[in-house]
Design a protein around this ligand. Sequence first.
Ligand code: ADP
Length: 387
Amino acid sequence: MHALDEREQSIAKNLAQVMDCTPGSMYWKDNEGRYLGCNQFMVKTAGLNSLDDIIGKTDFDLWPDNAEKIQANDQYVMESGQTIFLEETVKIQSGETMYFTTAKSPLKDTYGNNIGVIGNSLDITKLKETENALKAAKEKAEASNKAKSEFIHNMEHDIRTPFNGVWGFANILAEREEDPEKKEFLTGISNCAKELLDYCDSILEFSKVEHGSIPVMEKSFKLFDVVDSAIKIESVAAAHKKLDFSLDYDENLPNVIQGDPYRIKRILLNLLSNAIKFTNEGAIKTSVILENTHTNSRSCIIKFIIEDTGIGIPKDKRNIIYERFTRGTPSNQGIYKGQGLGLRIVKQFVTELDGDIHLTSQTNKGSAFTILLPFRLPLTDDIIDES
Ligand code: ADP
């Protein structure tokens, strides 16, 4: 080997500086896996004292647990003559595990022969630890979400079914009982069981809605029948509270439209039962209006308005009422029963139908929910009865 002249010495010095500025470890080895040199970062990682200490050592001396894998990769680089990029895990002298993203290329002599390997390994331990922690947190969240779904699913059998029995038998006994005091107690049991049943049903419906397990329908149906049926169901509760309960149905509305009658009815039922629940006197009015028709694309937009003269919704609550389990002010919660799921379901259904929902309200004067929904218009008024 010839002695380095001044110019060569200067180049070698610069090269050493460049290597020490390089992020991560730089090293080169001969074709037997013996280290020929490295930068300062590598000296530190390998737990050595100086640059000279690495010369002649192999990966088996530095990190025996991982040496075999490292050498297999080195071998591949020398044989293929290719540069490879890979992730490496190395247990260093202190016992700590470090992760690297590594680039390895063949080390060549002046004739172009592969005489070893040159590598650059970037320390990504912190990144990897964060990634692993995130992965673990995600798996934990997924597991608890699965457990929650299974619990809710089991609720149908484990809680709802026996409660249905309690409600049914209490009802029968209450009807047959002649002693007024016993009759009152039995009616109390029946009412409480019914309340719990309704609670279970809301949570079960919400769980199905949240998991998207209710497919969106696209079928021909008579809109009036759907609206009328929802109105009839809720009119009993409205009459009980002596509320004026009316329907204003636009006569220009098409007889048959195409869409999802299940979702329309659930939206109306939820909004109507809220309107009744939160109104102590006055009126509830439902309006169904043909907003516009596009004859070319055979479609129309229909507006539904549910107005009440109830307690209203304070300005600061108007955006959050659509979030699940969100209910009115705590002072109202003892008076007005509910789970805070109804409007969440309404909002999701409206979104799934490509519609819009809008609320106007005045405290102690009332609220109005306006919904705009697009529908397709069928070529004929024929309805396929699937019942
Ligand atoms: P729930 O009625 O079961 O509490 P919802 O999701 O249907 O749950 O409604 C969320 C909250 O929005 C209610 O607790 C209530 O505070 C408010 N709200 C909804 N509809 C009305 C209404 N028509 N009038 C006044 N407040 C309403």
